[in-house]
Design a protein around this ligand. Structure first.
Ligand SMILES: [Zn+2]
Length: 279
């Protein structure tokens, strides 16, 4: 892991989301965990070298942020919706998918049980560990249950997937309006070292680029809707955004699939259907 500040270490180059390790005067806190079990086992060895693991904080409900929780013996803290989603996961399907990530994975997944959050919040909470303060703030956007983790004494924010730095943005269940609001919430923070959900560490200057890309995505799909295209036609024919950014580590070849998921969700957003249906 790369040292970012005095007590914050980050991993941005493995398959799955970025994750972080914070050393406090009273043990270790992890922020998200690896997608691949073999990476989680290696991280566990690193944690054990440094001290006692106290908590895991999860920033969102997608499996690339929490699958590795299971390889650690520590309570998990997250938004209530993250807990609900993890408990509702189709485990056989999830395990089968993760098992395909590499030769070491199937064995490590035998008897897999997710380590779901046991301490949850809805809007905001503070966790004090040793001399460190972790502020978890609900910032829906990329998903309804997104949270930012602010490590106050280090000036570091784990933004979760509301920021994809220089890699392809996944909008498969995004609410673009809330996402743009979340970007402004991030901009208003005092802290300015950002660990994004995916891609290299950045700062507030990247927020404009992220926001512009979300606008561009919505406009692109809105244009298709305006031309009278059906959802199926949009999903089949709108492919122009695929090559705007590279895919994150380990996602090569997935761009067309992500493109279709993004278009399908944004079609629902523009037309007020699916998860965006207004009463
Ligand atoms: Zn995500």
């Amino acid at each position: 892991m790369k040292q970012l500040t005095r007590n914050v270490f980050v991993e941005t180059e493995l398959r799955g989301s970025n994750h972080g390790l914070v050393t406090t005067s009273d043990g270790i806190v992890l922020i998200d965990t690896p997608h691949k079990p073999s990476d989680a086992v290696r991280l566990r060895a690193e944690v054990e070298r440094r001290g006692r693991l106290r908590y895991i904080l999860n920033t969102e409900p997608h499996g690339d942020h929490w699958t590795g929780n299971a390889y650690f013996d520590a309570p998990v803290v997250a938004h209530e919706g993250v807990r609900t989603r993890i408990l509702a996961t189709d485990l056989p399907a999830h395990v089968a998918r993760v098992a395909s990530f590499g030769p070491e994975e199937p064995k490590l997944l035998e008897g897999y049980k997710p380590n779901a959050p046991v301490i949850t919040f809805e809007r905001e909470m503070k966790l004090h560990v040793g001399d460190h303060t972790f502020r978890l703030v609900h910032m829906p956007g990329h998903t309804a249950y997104q949270a930012a983790v602010i490590v106050e004494e280090e000036g570091v924010v784990f933004t979760s997937d509301n920021v994809f730095c220089k890699v392809h943005t996944w909008l498969q269940e995004a609410d673009p309006d809330l996402w743009l609001t979340a970007l402004e919430s991030l901009r208003s923070l005092r802290e300015d070292t950002f660990v994004p959900g995916h891609g290299p560490v950045c700062d507030k200057r990247y927020l404009d680029e992220q926001g512009a890309f979300i606008h561009e995505w919505v406009d692109y799909v809105r244009k298709g809707v305006g031309q009278g295209m059906t959802k199926e036609q949009c999903v089949a024919d709108l492919t122009a955004m695929t090559n705007r950014y590279p895919m994150d580590v380990g996602q090569d070849g997935m761009a067309p699939m992500v493109m279709k998921l993004n278009v399908a969700n944004l079609y629902d957003f523009v037309t007020g259907a699916g998860i965006h249906r207004r009463n």
